[in-house]
Design a protein around this ligand. Structure first.
Ligand SMILES: *Cc1c(COP(=O)(O)O)cnc(C)c1O
Length: 386
C-alpha cells in the first residue's frame, strides 16, 4: 500500500542516532538543546522547548498561558483531536470554530462572529488555537488583531507547517502569536520518532514551559522557594508538572532531519505542483492557496464534488484503497468523535467543516514518493472518477 505520508530516514540520520547510543547521555542532554537551537534559529524565534510530542507541547503551552478550570479554549473544527484535548487536560472548556471553504482553516468571519456573541455573554476564550491545516498558514494578522480587541492569547498549532511561510516569513517566528507548536511524528515535516516543540519569544513563558516539561522541578536557585534553611536541596518542585522530556536519541534524529527540512519542503511542493497540473481540468478540486501563504504541504487534500463528477467520496476512497493507494481523510470534525459527543456536541455543529468532511480525501504526499507511484495514483483517480 502506498501510504498517505511517510518519513524519510537516510544513513546520516541512522549514524547520528548510533553516535548517541554510544555516548554518555541518552535522555535529555546536549542534543535536546541543540535541537531546540536548530529549530528556533530556522524559524526565527527566541526560545524552543522540546518535548516528547506535539500533544505535550500543546499541554505545556496552555499551562504556561495559565489556562485552568473555568477558562475557555477555541480551536478549529477541522483538526486532529490533540488541538482540543490540551484544553481539557487543564480543566478548561473547549469550543470549535467553523472553517473557511477555500483554505479549510479556521474562518476569521466565524471567529469574529462568535467573539461578538461571547463578549455579550461574558464568555470570551482565554486562548484561541488556530491550526495551519495541511501546512498552509491561517490568516494570522486577523487572528492577532482580534486577540487585541477581545483579549485572548494565541497558540499556533503548526504541527503540519514546519517549513511553511506566512507573508514571506517562516512559520514559527511567533510574530502573531504567543506560542507556536510543531510535531515531529513520522508523517510530519521532519521526524524525531515521536516529539514536539513549543516556540516563543517570551522568556517567562519559555521558563514556565521548561518547568512543566520536567515535573515542575527547578535547579535554578533564583526560582527556588525555600532558601534560608541551610539544608541541601539540589532541586525543588515549585509547580505540578509532567515528565514530557525528549530523549537525546530522539533529538539526535531531529537535529539530523533539520538539515534536510528545505529539501523535504521542496520535494513536497514539487509533488503538489504535479498533482495540481494533473487535476487542472478536474475531475477533483485541488487545494486552494492564499497569496500570503506558502504551504509546506504536509497534506494534499482534494475535494470530490459528487454533483460534478457523479462519484461519491466513499466510492473514491474504497476504490483507491482497493488499488493499493492509502488515501486518508483529514479530518472528521473533532466534535463528531464519540468522546466529544458525550460532552454534548452535536453532529452538524460547524456546517462548513461538515460539508468539507464529506468531500475531501488526502492523496499520498511525502518526500520519497516516486514519480511512477504518483503517476499511478493520478491514473487511478481519473479512472475511478470517469
Ligand atoms: C499530529 C498533530 C498533533 C499531535 O502531534 P503529536 O506529535 O503526535 O502529539 C497535533 N495537532 C495536529 C494538527 C496534528 O496534525
Amino acid at each position: 500500500m502506498i501510504p498517505y505520508g511517510l518519513h524519510e530516514i537516510d544513513h546520516t540520520d541512522i549514524n547520528a542516532v548510533i553516535e548517541i547510543l554510544r555516548s554518555d547521555f541518552i535522555t535529555q542532554g546536549p542534543l535536546v538543546s541543540k535541537f531546540e537551537e536548530k529549530v528556533t534559529y530556522y524559524c526565527g524565534s527566541k526560545y524552543g522547548v522540546a518535548v516528547n510530542s506535539a500533544t505535550s507541547a500543546l499541554h505545556v503551552a496552555c499551562l504556561a498561558l495559565k489556562l485552568s478550570s473555568g477558562d475557555r479554549v477555541w480551536t478549529s473544527a477541522n483538526t486532529f483531536v490533540a488541538s482540543a484535548n490540551c484544553a481539557l487536560y487543564c480543566g478548561a472548556d473547549v469550543d470549535f470554530i467553523d472553517i473557511d471553504l477555500q483554505t479549510y482553516n479556521m474562518s476569521i468571519a466565524s471567529l469574529e462572529e462568535k467573539l461578538k456573541v461571547a463578549k455579550l455573554e461574558n464568555k470570551l476564550p482565554k486562548i484561541v488555537i488556530p491550526v495551519h491545516y495541511a501546512g498552509q498558514s491561517c490568516d494570522m494578522k486577523s487572528v492577532f488583531r482580534l486577540s487585541k480587541e477581545y483579549g485572548f492569547k494565541i497558540i499556533e498549532d503548526a504541527s503540519h507547517a514546519l517549513g511553511g511561510k506566512y507573508c514571506d516569513k517562516l512559520i514559527g517566528g511567533c510574530d502573531y502569536s504567543d506560542i507556536t507548536i510543531f510535531s515531529f511524528h513520522p508523517v510530519k515535516m521532519i521526524t524525531s520518532g515521536e516529539g514536539g516543540m513549543a516556540l516563543t519569544n517570551d522568556k517567562s513563558v519559555a521558563e514556565d514551559m521548561f518547568l512543566y516539561r520536567t515535573h515542575g522541578i527547578t535547579r535554578n536557585q533564583d526560582l527556588m522557594k525555600i532558601q534560608s534553611l541551610g539544608e541541601i536541596c539540589d532541586f525543588q518542585q515549585v509547580e505540578l508538572g509532567f515528565n514530557y522530556r525528549m530523549t537525546d536519541i530522539h533529538a539526535a534524529l531531529g537535529v539530523s532531519q533539520m538539515r534536510k527540512i528545505n529539501e523535504f519542503v521542496k520535494k513536497r511542493k514539487k509533488i503538489a505542483k504535479y498533482y495540481d497540473k494533473a487535476f487542472f481540468d478536474k475531475p477533483v478540486t485541488t487545494p486552494w492557496q492564499h497569496l500570503d501563504t506558502s504551504s509546506s504541504y504536509h497534506l494534499y487534500t482534494v475535494c470530490i464534488d459528487k454533483e460534478q463528477c457523479g462519484k461519491s467520496q466513499r466510492h473514491v476512497y474504497d476504490e483507491m484503497r482497493k488499488n493499493g493507494i492509502g488515501v486518508s481523510l483529514h479530518y472528521m470534525p473533532v466534535y463528531r468523535h464519540p468522546y466529544y459527543q458525550s460532552l454534548g456536541f452535536k453532529i452538524g455543529y460547524c456546517s462548513n467543516a461538515e460539508y468539507i468532511y464529506k468531500q475531501i480525501i488526502s492523496l499520498p504526499i511525502y518526500p520519497k514518493l516516486k514519480v511512477e507511484d504518483q503517476d499511478y495514483i493520478i491514473h487511478k483517480m481519473k479512472e475511478v472518477l470517469k
